[in-house]
Write a protein that binds this ligand. Structure first.
Ligand code: COD
Length: 162
């Protein structure tokens, strides 16, 4: 059985992330989406909220599971009995960080490989941070997020303004 982990912050999950999830789910038996619970990063959504949002948007993908994790990615991958880490590449700017992470992880855990999927051109510009910035200024985010997620982002920012 081939199990892969797609780790990230997913704060919030965008259509760019979803595209990687959908394509990977077709290639493996089981895909575990690992949501990093890193309070130091001051995310907009708690880890549990991000897990719940991912569960909603991936409900139609039967071989996808969502979990949050703390600590080292490699420990989470090993604990999940997976041997592949999946990452998305948008542009050359992603490459340097991704390469460093993949190589470091490979030194720590040689049995685990990282594979990269290039972004769908439609979403090559898209990041969670840009979406949050647009939403902060009350711009239209409907092109970038699943409708359920776009609604959550608006609600969350509204709560914060109160
Ligand atoms: N199209 C395609 N791919 C995309 C898009 C898009 N539009 N947007 C994002 N992606 C890709 C990113 O390139 C990334 O591969 C993935 O989706 C997730 O993105 P993010 O931004 O949600 O998540 P990151 O990059 O913040 O996740 C970083 C980790 C949580 C994986 C990392 O910090 C980590 O592993 N932390 C645990 C501690 C650890 O093990 N550290 C040592 C690492 S060597």
């Amino acid at each position: 059985m081939r199990t892969a982990v797609y780790p990230g912050s997913f704060d919030p999950v965008t259509l760019g992330h979803y595209d990687i999830i959908e394509r990977t789910a077709k290639m493996v038996d089981k895909l575990i989406i690992g949501v990093l619970n890193n309070k130091a990063k001051c995310p907009l959504f708690s880890a549990q909220e991000r897990v719940n949002m991912l569960k909603e948007v991936t409900a139609s993908l039967p071989n996808v599971e969502i979990q949050s994790f703390e600590g080292l990615l490699i420990d989470f991958v090993r604990g999940s009995h997976a041997d592949i880490v999946v990452r998305g590449l948008r542009a050359i700017t992603d490459f340097e960080y991704e390469l460093q992470m993949a190589q470091t992880n490979r030194v720590i855990a040689p049995e685990i490989d990282t594979i990269f999927l290039t972004t769908n051109l439609k979403y090559s510009y898209l990041s969670s941070s840009i979406v949050k910035e647009i939403a902060e200024y009350e711009g239209d985010i409907s092109e970038f997020l699943h409708p359920v997620i776009a609604a959550r982002v608006r609600e969350k920012l509204e709560e914060r303004r109160r």
